[in-house]
Unconditional design. Structure first.
Length: 635
């Protein structure tokens, strides 16, 4: 609550003691809850080590991943009444043989019956060799493997008779085969038979068989990832994911599996958990020392805190504590009226509108504060932003910025209905409630690519305007999908400004990068997920993080290219936004160009008020000339 004070001398002392107390408790907890020193032993079948979610008899794993071990050496997978022999496990799938496994070069097109489900699909990484096709346009160049293994396990050079691969077609091409198809689809091209193999990344040695990708439905409890793991979207299974431990950790990545343990090397051997932190005898000493000193420290801290809190304080009629020293004297705040139609609310009115700021009314929370859904007495639905405020200096800064922001009218800035600056409470800004809710909610429900690009282009244009054409600049300080709301036409309406003046443009660029990743991936990005996503973008693995609801491989080429451009822009916002080499104007210009190019692809073309003059005139001039963007200066 802001501004809320104990007497200044006791306030800092009490806070210091509380922090030390919490730190001590955290240390004791970390000692008692230390990680194990080894990964649990996996189930075995012959030479196979079986990791979660696959299992032989576990009741905590999904039934779809249950395997059968025959003769203590051979593994079988059962899908839709079909049985497949397991040849090899990969991190994202497994290689299986044909249900009836005749040792021959080509199989009938219907010899591998398979139906995609929410757990398994035929992988894009399979390469197909087709026999006697009538339509040669199906054949692709450059997908051959230098070395293949025959039925007897011996290598076959592709130039030899046994290794003749015929017509080569990679499933990643998507022109003839799409996720959900089986191999009978090639019958349309007059093909009589086929064989299949995969080439593991980084090698030129093909492995015969059919690779199946596996994943777990996103909303399934079995799909919950360990805190030290990241979520990876399946490429061929709509709405399903896998968990992968972050760098420096090992395990299957799932909470219901082995999770993730810290991994490192000691004396040439890989070790886990505590062995990566401190030596064992040092750990024992630390435990003994903590056990002796911690109780004494906690007792002393509690006694000192009790004495401090017993000191008298002065309270106002609202029951809030203030320091009446000259440096924190209560200051009245005045707001100009006449050019804005904003209403001055009381704190009690907004408490009633939000049912006492209940958690059930909470829409989003971030470093600028919390936004609640509210209903005024006249039935108007509103957004109530309880602004984060630490002290009276920030309180006065925020009051000034609210006055400044309420003078800005822009089609992508949510209209400010009113505010509350009651002394003793957090500042509150009341916005209109756009009918289509937040961008965060819409991404969860599914939103087409055109709308996503239009929305972020509008947001970037607004942020550039507020940052460079206003004095003092207005920075959002926490832009994200939870603070962007959508009207009936899916136009962006930005809320949730931080309003403190101690803001940095580099953090704004990072927030924009996270927002761009959100519209690409369809989900909120934690800091560690941002790092992993950017790494995958730079490594050319964009399709692994794209929102499954976008059906990346089924999008027109122009939209796939745009998704790549937006992902690349997110990377540059992070890499160059901090040193001023790449700013909000640059990001807005590129996004507006992408939005303009959407007009010919079945999208509603945005930027009607923005002139297509990207060559000589500045972006800010273009934004300023729009009739939808008006700034009313104070007089």
């Amino acid at each position: 609550m802001c501004p809320l004070f104990l007497p200044s001398s006791s306030s800092s002392s009490a806070l210091f003691l509380l922090l030390l107390l919490l730190l001590t408790l955290q240390t004791l907890t970390s000692i008692s809850l230390s990680q194990p020193e080894a990964l649990p032993s996996p189930e075995k079948c012959g030479n196979f080590s079986i990791s979660f979610p696959f299992h032989l008899s576990s009741f905590s794993s999904p039934v779809a991943f249950r395997l059968t071990c025959a003769n203590s050496s051979t593994l079988f997978l059962h899908i839709n009444h079909q049985t497949y022999r397991v040849i090899e496990f990969f991190t994202d799938g497994l290689l299986v043989d044909f249900p009836s496994s005749p040792c021959r070069q080509f199989n009938d097109l219907r010899s591998f019956p398979f139906s995609t489900n929410q757990f398994f699909s035929i992988s894009f990484e399979n390469v197909i060799s087709l026999y006697d096709c009538e339509d040669s346009s199906l054949c692709k160049a450059g997908c051959e493997s230098n070395v293949l293994f025959g039925c007897d396990g011996r290598e076959e050079d592709e130039t030899s008779g046994g290794g003749d691969i015929g017509c080569c077609y990679p499933l990643s091409d998507h022109s003839a085969w799409r996720p959900g198809d089986d191999f009978s689809v090639f019958g349309k091209y007059g093909c009589r038979g086929f064989s299949s193999w995969v080439v593991p990344r980084g090698t030129n040695r093909g492995k015969r068989g059919v690779k199946l990708e596996w994943a777990i439905p996103r909303n399934s409890s079995e799909g919950t990832c360990d805190p030290e793991a990241r979520t990876v979207n399946a490429t061929a299974i709509q709405g399903s994911v896998r968990c992968v431990c972050r760098d420096g950790f090992a395990g299957d990545g799932f909470v219901h599996g082995n999770g993730c343990l810290r991994s490192c090397y000691r004396d040439g051997n890989e070790v886990y958990g505590n062995k990566c932190e401190i030596k064992k005898h040092n750990g024992k000493k630390l435990t003994v020392l903590a056990g002796v000193l911690a109780p004494l420290f906690i007792l002393g801290s509690l006694l000192a805190l009790f004495c401090l809190l017993k000191r008298p304080v002065t309270t106002t009629h609202e029951g809030q504590h203030f320091d009446h020293s000259p440096t924190t004297t209560t200051t009245s705040v005045s707001f100009r009226k006449g050019y804005t139609k904003t209403r001055l609310f009381t704190y009690r009115e907004l408490e009633e509108a939000t049912k006492g700021f209940q958690d059930s009314q909470k829409l989003t929370q971030g470093k600028t504060g919390t936004i609640y859904s509210g209903n005024l007495k006249n039935g108007t639905r509103v957004l109530v932003h309880k602004v984060l405020c630490e002290n009276q200096i920030e309180f006065l800064e925020i009051s000034s910025q609210i006055d400044h922001l309420s003078a800005v009218l822009h089609r992508n800035l949510a209209r400010i209905i009113g505010f509350c600056m009651d002394i003793g409470y957090n500042p509150v800004v009341v916005y209109e409630y756009p009918v289509n809710g937040s961008l965060e909610d819409r991404l969860r429900l599914g939103l087409d690519w055109c709308k996503r690009v239009n929305i972020v282009a509008e947001v970037a244009g607004l942020l550039a305007l507020l940052q460079y054409e206003n004095y003092p600049p207005i920075l959002h300080n926490n832009i994200g999908s939870g603070y962007i709301f959508l009207d009936e036409d899916f136009q962006a309406k930005v809320t949730g400004f931080g309003l403190q003046r101690k803001q940095r443009t580099d953090s704004c660029m990072y927030d924009v990068a996270v927002l761009l990743l959100e519209i690409v991936t369809g989900s909120k990005q934690r800091e560690e997920n941002v790092t992993q996503a950017l790494q995958r973008i730079r490594c050319g693995k964009l399709e692994e993080i794209v929102d499954p609801s976008l059906y990346f491989h089924e999008q027109p080429v122009v939209y796939r290219e745009q998704i790549g451009l937006v992902a690349d822009l997110a990377t540059r916002c992070v890499l160059f936004g901090g040193d001023g080499k790449f700013g909000m104007v640059d990001a807005a210009r590129e996004l507006l160009q992408i939005a303009e190019n959407n007009g010919g692809g079945g999208c509603d073309k945005k930027g009607d008020g923005i002139e297509e003059t990207f060559s000589n005139s500045s972006l800010l001039q273009m934004i300023s000339m729009s009739p939808d963007s008006i700034y009313l200066p104070k007089t």
